[in-house]
Design a protein around this ligand. Structure first.
Ligand code: G
Ligand code: G
Ligand code: MN
Ligand code: NA
Length: 250
């Protein structure tokens, strides 16, 4: 496939870039961190959306070298940020099944000098689908390094509640599909409120994703979510465009 051939060359050619989107602590009204989101600048096609190429890099196994690059790049970038601002990195389930993951994370922390508690790894419920010992052991090893684990797209997967019991996450990210519809649909609002309550009773922060309006912000505040992310606060941007944001945080 043409896309696959191009992808194989893309890492070496420096065509990948990480964009960063702010995550706001809505209780303190300050930026808690940024989520790193992968972007591919194709030499002819321009910016290719991740939805188009992430499945291909996963099928071809390219996600392993690229995933290592992503973790290291994000850690190096975050090491230049002020205070305890964290960086959140998305992990593919395939990275989890690979035995080298813990070592890759450990190496990225060492090379960058980033304090481990400033790295947050976002995993989806699909990682836990085969609730096997290796997955749980990998998660515990990562936590022993001192990094935090966030459950991404919460509510869209399968049997989420049993996962919360079998593994202690540090944070829950409420899927943006619920946020998008909560002002028109009582059931979506009820789901957001329930997840926020669940987080509060388990002592886990809850991030509402996809906040685009002030009304949505008010609703998730009333629901008791602790953090928010979305275009209302900022779109994903290249690292060099964050300098003003960072200066304001100092
Ligand atoms: O910005 P958005 O279009 O960035 O991202 C689309 C999808 O691609 C999301 O589901 C997101 O989790 C995923 N994604 C973005 N960046 C990365 C990455 O660095 N690694 C992995 N595994 N997935 C990513
Ligand atoms: O699946 P994951 O949560 O990792 O990916 C986040 C995705 O959501 C990225 O594609 C990111 O660009 C996108 N995103 C972030 N904020 C908003 C928003 O306010 N509205 C919409 N529609 N998408 C958003
Ligand atoms: Mn994510
Ligand atoms: Na998400």
């Amino acid at each position: 496939r043409a896309l696959e051939v191009d992808l194989r060359k893309a890492i070496g050619n420096g065509e990948f870039e990480l964009f960063y989107q702010p995550q706001i602590n809505i209780q303190k009204n300050e930026i808690g961190g940024f989520e790193a989101l992968l972007r591919w600048h194709h030499p002819e096609r321009g910016l290719v959306p991740p939805a188009e190429f992430i499945p291909v890099i996963e099928e071809t196994g390219l996600i392993l070298p690229l995933g290592d690059w992503i973790i290291e790049e994000a850690c190096k970038e975050a090491a230049s940020w002020p205070g305890d601002v964290h960086v959140a990195v998305n992990l593919s389930p395939i990275q989890f099944r690979n035995r080298g993951l813990v070592q890759s994370v450990s190496r990225a922390l060492a090379v960058s000098g980033l304090a481990p508690n400033r790295l947050e790894l976002e995993i989806t419920e699909s990682v836990l689908l085969q609730d096997n010992e290796m997955t749980i052991s990998t998660l515990h090893q990562l936590r022993r390094l001192g990094v935090r684990i966030a459950m991404d797209d919460f509510g869209t997967g399968y049997s989420s509640l049993s996962y919360l019991r079998s593994f202690p996450f540090d944070k829950i990210k409420i899927d943006q599909s619920f946020v998008r519809e909560m002002s028109q649909r009582a059931d979506c609002l009820a789901i957001v409120q329930s997840i926020a309550n669940l987080g509060a009773s388990l002592g886990m922060p809850t991030v509402a994703e996809g906040i685009e309006t002030e009304d949505q912000l008010r609703q998730i505040q009333a629901a008791g979510c602790t953090d928010a992310q979305g275009y209302f606060f900022g779109r994903p941007k290249p690292a060099r465009e964050l300098v003003h944001t960072m200066a304001a945080l100092k």
